[in-house]
Design a protein around this ligand. Structure first.
Ligand code: ADP
Ligand code: TRP
Length: 321
């Protein structure tokens, strides 16, 4: 099965990104024909500093490789290295009623929150449709906010196919229902935009400082404590096995330890959990040429799929003469 996803290069990854998406991607590689790309054209809708975009692109590639995207198993590339997608974007634009884009929640939400009303932000779903339709995936795993974009891709594909026959494969989206929303240090959904994240690749001291800020109820040291509903416990749950969880529950129930102790324990657990990934990140940071080479190979692999498709599309739309 071909599983397809795009990732915006948006800076420091947090544990919500890891458990909500990256871990699933890494697991999906085992059994599927996985396609994952860094959506740097999409990021241009919000990142308008060139040096910053280039830096974010390399940082994302480095981090995803460190976290287990395996270029032997997955096709992993940077969007702008397979430029055929821009040609398809333009072609599909003629099969995209503006009304379809005017109804897009993401555009309305972002502009309501102050984003500039640029054409790129408005036409973002057409580029996303081009990303998907160029590679004929079976499944596109997405967060809830992206469902409408996959539906728009289907609508555009139907319009195109009505005209030219069964050329574009209609994508199905998949929501990872079983993936819990990872809480941030304030107990709300962890998100960069809420400033409540615990990052995967932080410095040890910084991480401990962040974890010490986790909001907990006031309780005397000697009192037994509730673990259910505790923000520290809820975060720890993501990292611990059954036995470790029971042990932690017992420490809560017993009393004699404060939330400060549990926080130090949690910081330790997180630090150990990501140790191997940190080492891989260090390796790739020192070997950026290797990262570039992986991306070049990935783009070549992606192009092998994209070229026959764009060729067929050029033919039927009259771009070949
Ligand atoms: P952010 O909200 O920090 O900007 P993104 O929107 O860039 O994060 O999310 C990238 C991926 O990580 C998406 O697939 C999203 O569903 C997942 N994700 C982000 N935050 C969480 C969270 N708190 N819990 C579960 N998954 C999350
Ligand atoms: N819009 C997606 C996001 O913000 C990223 C993305 C771009 C994408 N193109 C895609 C996701 C194609 C899936 C398929 O998260």
């Amino acid at each position: 099965m071909r599983v397809f996803t795009g990732i915006q290069p948006s800076g420091d990854l947090h544990i919500g990104n890891y458990f909500g998406s990256i871990k699933q991607m890494v697991e999906a590689q085992k059994e599927n024909d996985t396609f994952a790309f860094i959506a740097n054209y999409h990021a241009m809708t919000s990142v308008t500093d060139g040096a910053r975009l280039a830096e974010l692109t390399m940082q994302s590639a480095t981090d995803f490789l460190a976290l287990g995207i395996d270029p032997q198993k997955s096709t992993f590339w940077v969007q702008s290295d397979v430029k055929e997608v821009l040609e398809l974007y333009w072609i599909l634009s003629s099969y995209t009623p503006t009304g379809l884009l005017e109804r897009a929640h993401s555009y309305k939400d972002k502009t309501a929150r102050g984003a500039a009303t640029t054409h790129s932000l408005f036409s973002y779903p057409v580029l996303m449709a081009a990303d998907i339709l160029l590679f004929s995936p079976d499944i596109v795993p997405v967060g809830k906010d992206q469902i409408q974009h996959v539906e728009i891709a289907r609508d555009i594909a139907v319009k195109f196919n009505n005209k030219y026959g069964d050329i574009l494969k209609l994508p199905e989206f998949k929501i990872e229902e079983h993936v819990a929303t990872v809480p941030g240090i304030d107990g709300q959904k962890m998100s960069k935009s809420y400033g409540n994240t615990v990052n995967i690749f932080g410095q040890e001291k910084e991480q401990l400082k962040t974890i010490k800020k986790i909001v907990t109820e006031n309780a005397a040291l000697e009192d037994p404590k509730e673990f259910a509903g505790c923000n520290v416990y809820n975060m720890a749950k993501l990292f611990l096995n059954e036995n470790e969880l029971v042990e932690l529950q017992n420490r809560y129930k017993k009393g004699g330890e404060g939330h400060g102790h549990f926080k130090v324990y949690l910081a330790d657990v997180i630090w150990e959990y990501f140790r191997e990934y940190r080492e891989k990140q260090e390796y790739f940071k020192k070997n950026q040429d290797e990262v570039r080479e992986i991306l070049t190979q990935g783009a070549n692999k992606a192009r092998e799929v994209a070229l026959p498709m764009i060729d067929k599309i050029r033919s039927v739309t009259g771009l070949k003469y």
